[in-house]
Design a protein around this ligand. Sequence first.
Ligand code: NAP
Length: 328
Amino acid sequence: MHAQVLKDYTDGTLHLTSVVKPTAGPGQVLVRVVASGLNPIDTKIRAGVAPYAMPVLPAILGTDLAGVVELVGEGVSRFKIGDEVYGLTGGVRGLPGTLAEYSAVDADLLALKPENLSMREAAALPLVFLTAWEGLVDRANVQRGQRVFVQGGAGGVGHVAVQIAIAHGAHVFATASAQKADIVKAYGATPIDYRSTTIEQIVSEYADGVGFDLAYDTVGGSSLDDALVSVKPYGHVVSCAAFGVHNLAAGSLRCVTLSGVFVLLPMLNGNGRAHHGEILEFATRLAEEGKLKPLVDEHVYSLEEAQNAHSLVESGQAVGKVVVNVGS
Ligand code: NAP
């Protein structure tokens, strides 16, 4: 089969390579990959700047997939041959990636694909949905009627966080650049231009000067600092981008709960993978109820063109998730 293989972290070039087609081991299914969804972590791994997740080379890259079950390994009962599935399954240390015609994946990491989404749309969802859900639901227990502040509301994680919070009955306020305000609005949130508004203005205008119940920072840096002052006393701040150095005093003075999310952890340490499959079953339900729709960038890339897809993610110019068409 063909796969995009990284051989050297110093040049970051993907090589379309013929490799041995895998088979399904115990607990695995073999997926014929139709679409592979890209995330910032894919480009960080390729660039050699994510030591916590980088695979030993040579390695097939690619984190998310949507495709069709071709073989079912021993002990797997949730799936059968021919099922359409999706998941965050590989491309990190120890797990082969999804930029490949076939991938043997841990069945625990998969769920049945929503029937009303295309393969491209389904491949856009797993990593960002898991990241948003783990923060909003597992950690912060988002509730109906709460005021939720999402920073980076038109981004991959952000636009799904907006939809999950709204599906839970929250009132959602989300930062985005002015050009992307309509994206946030279309999902039912109030857009806020982060380039022209201070956090003090935001809290005053949208949170009664008291603060939000919950803030989800998907940006990091000064955005996380802002999140800490955006919540009310005893509020909850979640971040999937807390990889910097921060002064936590503003949060401490509000008795804030701060939760980090690192969605790759179950893939890297092998624990809690079945919960990822469960969370994606919630995603399937929300999508089929019409409450979840990923935004997919209009550029279409073949497996051969995966490097160009990486470049688009790195450019910051994508509008929505970048997805590579791998097969049919
Ligand atoms: P993305 O699709 O590139 O979205 C990033 C968004 O951030 C963009 O939509 C951009 O909005 C917005 N943004 C940039 N600067 C901003 C600012 N100062 N204030 C508010 N918004 C700002 O990326 P993603 O997939 O959502 O991921 C976001 C980050 O989280 C990445 O660093 C990624 O590596 C990390 N991440 C971590 C985990 C984890 O498990 N820890 C999981 C997923 C992602 P505009 O385009 O409107 O300017």
